[in-house]
Structure formats: structure tokens, C-alpha cells
Ligand binder design. Structure first.
Ligand SMILES: Nc1ncnc2c1ncn2[C@@H]1O[C@H](COP(=O)(O)OP(=O)(O)O)[C@@H](O)[C@H]1O
Ligand SMILES: [Mg+2]
Length: 327
């Protein structure tokens, strides 16, 4: 009789619970992340993302349930877990008064690399994260994107098998966000398993192989980004008209052109319809509108937002930014 061949998951959580006083931050969290993939934990502020990362990274002890990294228990075998993971979060340890090169060499030494190796590692990571040009400038003068790239570089000094990124692009401008995304892709191509948390559906969509939507400390939906999108009805075509009197006619027109039933949002002067295929839907809509006499202010296809995902999955809007409760 042969054993079933089931590779050990890079990350596994089973029924993990964690409370801060009366706040139930994690309430039976289940996750399985396959090695070499990017996994997205998607949820609004207060959903439990940071708590989950801290438990998985051995920084916080769960009250209940179990979690393991490459089969090593995060509580009983915390040392073995720590040897295999890297973490960047809101409170990365980079010294802002030092340059990127100095930071990397300092941390490399701290991690026990001999001097020469520490310098080599620093150069390698500066190149990998496009920081060579800024290597001798103090980190306090860096843009948000450069700063995150330096955080990433520091967290990779020990060649982690599993990297946790807690909201790696929150607060970054669009260009810096793209740079961080590219850095994450580079890592994954090198074989690193990445678990990232985000409040942006688009970010999960761009980077993650699979996504868990979490709400109030538990997974409410799981799958590929496409699975999730199709659960909320996929992409939407929006046509905004200049004159509300045109709404019905435009809805009628789009309904016939696309073979779907559009919805009207009178307050926004907008007609929306499901877009099965972005380009095809857009092309057909523009053709139908062209010469129809309706005056169109805007037309476009967009992905559903996290708010819409939430609405579809929970039946209620994502909770607003909750203030941090003091411990
Ligand atoms: N140190 C803490 N003390 C008390 N409550 C906390 C603490 N950290 C987080 N919380 C609460 O736990 C819940 C989950 O928080 P968190 O894991 O930070 O969520 P997220 O990272 O998704 O925003 C929130 O209600 C938050 O206010
Ligand atoms: Mg957080």
C-alpha cells in the first residue's frame, strides 16, 4: 500500500483563534498556502489580517487552533519557523538615519554573516530591488516606494522560504505600488512563497494565485481572484449620461447590444451592465451608443471593488475604518 502523496503546505492554519480582551481578532481562521505561490489575505481594516500574520510569523501566540509553516508548529517549533520566514510590516526595523547599503550590511552582520559575505549580500539585494542609485543616501529621504523596497530587501537577507508582507503598498502612490508589485513578482519567480495582506482587490488580483477574503477573523470566501470576481458577477460596464432623461433609452440600447439586463442608478446618472469580456463589451457598447443621440459623459469597464466583493459575500458593506482599541 502506498502512502498518499501530499506535499506539506508552506503555511497551514486550522481554526486559529486570538482575542485581545473582548475583541475576537481571529475567530477560527483556516488557511492552506502551497509552496511557491502568492496568497492574498484580503479584508477591510480590522478584519484580522495583521493578527493572522503575527500568529503565523510566531510573534503572537494563538489562543486556540494550530498553525504551521512547512510543517513546523508556530508555537512549539517557533525557532524552526523563524529560520524559514521573513516579515515586512508597518513597523519594519530599517534605521532611517543609515543609508540603504549601511542598513543591509548592518542587518546581514546581525544575522551572523561574516563581513565579506554581508557586503556581497547587500550589493546583490541593492541591485535586485533597484536601489543601487540611492544606496548611499539616508533612508529618511526615500520615497514611500523606495522605503518599501528597502524593507523587502532587508527581509530577504536570510533567504526566507516564506515571506509575509503586511499591506505592502498601503499609502503608496500608484507608481511606487507598481514597483513593489514588480519586486514581489521577482521574489516569486525565485521560488519564495509569499503571503500578503491587502485591502485592495486589485492588488490581490495582480499578485495572488489564491485569495482568502477575511471578515471578523474568519475566511468568508476563498479561491483564485477569478473565482472571487465571478462570485460578485465579474467586471461591470458603466455608462454615465449627461442628461438623466437619456437613462432609459441607454439602458434599452445596451440591453439589446449586449444581450444583458442593465441596471440604472438614477442618482449617479449611470447605467451598468455585466461585462463578460472587457474589450468585446466595451466595443459593442461604444458602437451602440455612437449615433444614438444619447449624450454620454463617461463609459468604461471596471473591476468590482473590495466594497462590492464584501457586499456580495456578506450582504453588508465593509465596516468603516475602525479605531484601534487600546489593549
Ligand atoms: N493590540 C491590540 N489590542 C487590542 N485590540 C487589538 C490589538 N490589535 C488589534 N486589535 C483589534 O483586533 C481586530 C483585528 O485587528 P488587526 O488584526 O490589526 O486587523 P487588520 O490588520 O485586518 O486591520 C481589530 O478589531 C483591532 O482593533
Ligand atoms: Mg493590519
Amino acid at each position: 500500500m502506498s502512502e498518499p502523496i501530499e506535499p506539506v503546505a508552506a503555511i497551514r492554519a486550522e481554526g486559529v483563534g486570538k482575542s485581545y480582551g473582548a475583541t475576537r481578532a481571529l475567530d477560527g481562521l483556516d488557511l492552506t498556502v502551497r509552496a511557491g505561490t502568492v496568497y492574498g489575505l484580503l479584508g477591510p481594516n480590522g478584519a484580522g489580517k495583521t493578527t493572522a500574520v503575527r500568529v503565523l510569523a510566531t510573534l503572537l501566540r494563538p489562543d486556540s487552533g494550530r498553525a504551521a509553516v512547512h510543517g513546523h508548529d508556530v508555537v512549539a517549533q517557533a525557532d524552526r519557523v523563524r529560520a524559514r520566514i521573513g516579515l515586512t510590516g508597518q513597523y519594519a526595523a530599517v534605521d532611517e538615519l543609515l543609508t540603504a547599503r549601511e542598513n543591509l550590511v548592518m542587518f546581514a552582520r546581525l544575522y551572523g554573516y561574516p563581513d565579506r559575505v554581508a557586503r556581497e549580500r547587500a550589493e546583490e539585494l541593492l541591485a535586485r530591488f533597484d536601489l543601487v542609485g540611492a544606496a548611499d543616501r539616508r533612508a529618511d529621504g526615500y520615497s514611500g516606494g523606495m522605503r518599501r523596497r528597502l524593507d523587502l530587501a532587508v527581509s530577504l537577507l536570510q533567504d526566507p522560504d516564506v515571506l509575509f508582507l503586511d499591506e505592502p503598498t498601503t499609502g503608496l502612490d500608484p507608481r511606487s505600488r507598481l514597483q513593489v508589485w514588480e519586486s514581489v513578482r521577482v521574489l516569486v519567480r525565485a521560488g519564495t512563497t509569499v503571503l500578503l495582506t491587502t485591502q485592495y482587490l486589485e492588488e490581490a488580483d495582480r499578485l495572488a494565485d489564491r485569495v482568502a477574503v477575511i471578515d471578523r477573523g474568519r475566511v468568508i470566501a476563498e479561491g483564485t481572484p477569478n473565482d472571487l470576481r465571478s462570485r460578485v458577477g465579474g467586471d461591470r460596464l458603466d455608462v454615465v449620461v449627461r442628461d438623466p432623461a437619456d437613462l432609459d433609452a441607454v439602458a434599452d440600447l445596451l440591453g439589446r447590444a449586449l444581450g444583458v439586463r442593465p441596471t440604472i442608478d438614477a442618482a449617479e446618472q449611470r447605467v451598468s451592465a455585466p461585462a463578460a469580456d472587457r474589450m468585446d463589451t466595451l466595443t459593442r457598447a461604444v458602437r451602440a451608443l455612437d449615433g444614438s443621440g444619447a449624450r454620454v459623459a463617461d463609459v468604461g469597464v471596471r473591476r468590482p471593488s473590495l466594497d462590492e466583493v464584501f457586499l456580495a459575500l456578506t450582504g453588508s458593506a465593509a465596516p468603516a475604518d475602525t479605531a484601534e482599541v487600546a489593549a
